[in-house]
Design a protein around this ligand. Sequence first.
Ligand code: KIV
Ligand code: NA
Length: 268
Amino acid sequence: MKPVTVLTLRDMKRAGEKIACLTAYDYSFASLLDRAGVDLVMVGDSLGMVVQGHESTLPVSVAEMTYHNACVARGVKRALLVVDMPFMSYQQSREQALATAGRLMRRGGAHVVKLEGGEPMAETVHFLVERGVPVCAHLGLTPQSVHQLGGYRVQGRGEEAAERMRREAKILEQAGASLIVLEAVPAELGAAITQDLAIPTIGIGAGIDCDGQVLVLYDMLGIYPRPTPKFARNFMPGSASIEDAVKAYVAAVKSRAFPGPEHTFRQA
Ligand code: KIV
Ligand code: NA
C-alpha cells in the first residue's frame, strides 16, 4: 500500500483516474476513510460548523485545527493529508502563513496546507512552496469570505467572473500550488479550469469534470442538522453501514456517477 503523494495525484490526473476526497476530524473516521480507499483526507475548517456548531468557519483557531489534524493523522496510513489554515492565520503576511503551516505540519502531521483566495495569495503560495510547504489553493465559494461574498452563493457565473477565476487558477499553479479546490462554480468553469491546469482540481459543487471530488463527511453521511448545499449527496440510504456509504461514495466518484446533474450548477 503505497502512500498517496502530490505526485500520485498528478499522475492520476494525467491517467484520467478520479481522486476521491472526504473531510475528517477525528481518528476513527480518518481510519475508516483511509481503509475505504479515500485518496485524500481533508481536515477542513468546516469543523467549525459541523463539529463545533458555529454558523461559519470564521471562529476556528490554529490550535483547534492542529488538534483535529493530529487526531486524523493517527488514523491515516495511505491517504494524502490536507489541512486548512483557518481564518486570519495566513492572510496577514507570508511569514504568518509560514508559521501557521509549520505548526500544522510539525504538530499536526499535515502533508499539505490549504488556503483560500486567488491572485492576492499567489505570493504567499510561492513563499511557502519555496520553503518546502506544499499548498492546496481554494477558489470559487471561499467560506472564510462568506461576509464579503454576501452568503454561500455560486461563484464564477458570467463571462467576466469566469475568465477571472481561470486566470487566478493559472496564477496559483504558476506560484507552485499542488492542488486547487473549486467550490460552487458552474460545471463549465470547473471543466475549463481543469483543462487549463497540469495540477489536479478537486471539485465540491464544481461539476463532474474536475479531477477529483470532495464532500464534507457529515453531509455525505446525512448527519449535519442544518440545511446542506445542493451539491451534497447523502450516501447512507441504500448503504448497510457508514463504511459501506464511504465505499459507495469512493466508487461513485471513480465511476463518474457522482456528482449528478442534480448536484451541479450551470453557467447562466
Ligand atoms: O473546510 C472544508 O471542509 C473544505 C473542503 C470541503 C474543501 O474546505
Ligand atoms: Na475549508
